[in-house]
Design a protein around this ligand. Structure first.
Ligand code: PLP
Length: 461
């Protein structure tokens, strides 16, 4: 890979190429190449490139006012964006707190839920229950809350094991037993959550936290039907909160504004984190938010009446103006519907090209899943009847990610998301802009499949 000198301590084992401009779904690199973005950065970009309305909103806001501090002053774009998020939630949410990204939003979910119980006079509640193979962010508390063995490993000794607890993922393709119906699988998971409440003492539990669709660990895995209703029923039974992390899968990406509306049994959460798609134009806004249900809003209103948690840049007018413009574009251009329709085409293409009987990758393609503008493809090489693939200690998903980039496509590869100990897993994620054209979607699938086939062919033993 590129060995150019750099003073940045990068997050990749290789030195990433330099991007100099974006245009729609395309990114221009300093070395003269133009690549197509098949995952919107990290499932961020949703309204395509440099949308003129978003660019204008941001420029206008810079000319007017770039910053005020949220403990002294509010701003028009922040107020308008919050109102829009509440008004479009069909009553699910009553208030909003802004943050500057996904981890901050999840940190705020953790702290706001604790604040709620302190304020409603239940200070003994100190325990959170989340799921194995989840991801909720990269701060210490969000790593403690989540459970991806690889990402936790270097910090395992300094994580919080006292307040954060875990139950099984809802990942039927890997963990539903062969003789188990979907209903019985859901009941097993519901019982496990209830048992965990009882083990901890139900009066000590703050709540259950889950990604509605698991993103950056297992690769776009939605839960079986009935699962979220079942988990919410346990929270309700013991007076605890039901909290969803829609940082990656929310704000339209699954083809509905909130993923729980289509893939979460319609089970509205008490608190919800959103981020990436909230500000996701190619004109980027570092923004996240906690969406607060009437129940939690009422509890806090009845006591301190204010958010006790905060950061310097939260609710800053620039991020809110960009985000507000993105949300207006999504509404005015009916992009959630377009995203839903695009998704039907994209999943059919992926299934056909990777799983049809004569597809080269079919014996190794364990699953193709997703909807809207969010797809996961999971590979598995344990099929003994298939021709052997010898990756010579390299990880297939990461080699495919690199090959896609060489072939002009940005995707995300992930490893360690298919087994509880993190030792297995070759997943890749795709997520085009909601308004990608049919031609762009077909191009993304073409390069993706070509890259997979190249890597397979080169590594047949
Ligand atoms: C579900 C989920 N929660 C939280 C985060 C953390 O967001 P950020 O990277 O903006 O801190 C991510 C990031 O990928 C995520 O997918």
């Amino acid at each position: 890979m590129d060995a150019r000198p750099t003073s940045i301590l990068h997050r990749t084992p290789w030195t990433p190429p330099i991007a100099i401009a974006t245009d729609g779904v395309y990114i221009d690199l300093e070395d003269g190449r133009r690549v197509i973005d098949g995952i919107g950065g990290a499932a961020v970009a949703c309204v395509g490139g440099n949308h003129p309305k978003v660019v204008k909103a941001l420029k206008d806001q810079i000319d007017r006012m770039s910053y005020v501090y949220n403990m002294q002053l509010s701003s028009q774009p922040a107020e308008e964006l919050a109102k829009l998020l509440v008004d479009t939630s069909d009553g699910a949410f009553e208030q909003v707190a802004f943050l500057s990204g996904g981890s901050e939003a999840m940190e705020a979910v953790i702290k706001t839920s604790r604040q709620y119980y302190v304020e409603v006079g239940q200070p003994k509640r100190t325990n959170y229950i989340a799921r194995q193979l989840s991801f909720h962010g990269n701060t210490l508390s969000t790593l403690s809350l989540a459970y991806h063995p690889g990402r936790r490993a270097p910090y395992a000794a300094i994580l919080d094991y006292q307040n954060f607890h875990h139950v099984s993922p809802a990942y039927a393709k890997r963990f539903q037993k062969p003789d188990e119906t979907e209903e019985r699988y859901v009941e097993r998971l519901r019982q496990e959550l209830e048992d965990k409440f009882i083990e901890l003492g139900p009066e000590t539990v703050i709540g259950f936290v889950a990604e509605t669709v698991v993103g950056a660990t297992t690769g776009v895995v939605s839960a079986p039907k009935g699962y979220f209703n079942a988990m919410k029923s346990v929270c309700d039974k013991y007076g605890a909160l039901f909290m969803l992390d829609e940082v990656m899968c929310g704000m339209g990406r699954m083809g509905t504004m909130h993923a729980w509306q289509s893939l979460g049994d319609g089970a509205a959460p008490d608190l919800q984190a959103v981020a990436k798609g909230l500000g996701g134009g190619r004109v980027y806004a570092a923004i996240g938010a906690v969406l607060i249900s009437p129940k939690v809003a009422k509890g806090i209103r009845g006591s301190s009446g204010l958010l006790k948690h905060g950061h310097t840049y939260q609710a800053n007018p620039l991020a809110c103006a960009a985000s507000l413009a993105v949300q207006k574009v999504i509404i005015e251009e009916n992009l959630v519907v377009q995203c839903r329709e695009n998704g039907i085409h994209m999943i059919a293409l992926l299934k056909d090209r990777l799983q049809s009987p004569n597809a080269l990758a079919a014996p190794y393609t364990f699953d193709v899943r997703g909807a809207g503008a969010f797809f996961g493809v999971e590979f598995d090489f344990s099929n003994l009847e298939a021709r052997r693939v010898d990756m010579k200690d390299q990880q297939f998903a990461m080699v495919v990610q690199a090959r896609c980039l060489e072939n002009g496509l940005v995707v995300i590869g992930m490893v360690g998301g298919s087994s509880l100990d993190g030792s297995k897993g070759d997943n890749l994620m795709l997520g085009p802009a909601y308004n990608a054209t049919t031609e762009e979607i077909e191009k993304i699938v073409d390069i993706f499949v070509k890259s997979i086939e190249e890597v397979l062919t080169e590594n047949f033993a």
